[in-house]
Design a protein around this ligand. Sequence first.
Ligand code: SF4
Length: 131
Amino acid sequence: MRDDCLNRERCRRQTNDVLAASVRARELGLPVSESLNACVLLFGSHVSAMPVDTLVHRVSLRLGIVPPRTSPEATTDVLEAALQPRDYFAFHVNVIRLGREVCQAPRPRYEVCPLSERCGNSQATVPGLRR
Ligand code: SF4
């Protein structure tokens, strides 16, 4: 997790608070993912963090941002390195929207996708997919 916060001490404190709460929640048996931690930091504390949930992972794979079979953790590393921290929020919300409305799990809507000409997967045949 990186930050470009002007107040680094505040960001560090908030990051530590979120991680400590995450550890406590896991001790209580609650399912807390790295993606959830990153969302809390990004949306709740305005600390630059890169949430890579199932949707962001899927779209990153389909777009060819990361090679096939890249893990969510490795995808996080690639995205954090490729983007400026100040762009994490915009990237996240735009990829979430793309994944929900266009690049949907069962059937990517290639015909209306604004990225189809740049997408590494636009001509791919997804197993079980009827286009
Ligand atoms: S072209 Fe298809 S696979 Fe690529 S991002 Fe758009 S909908 Fe997803």
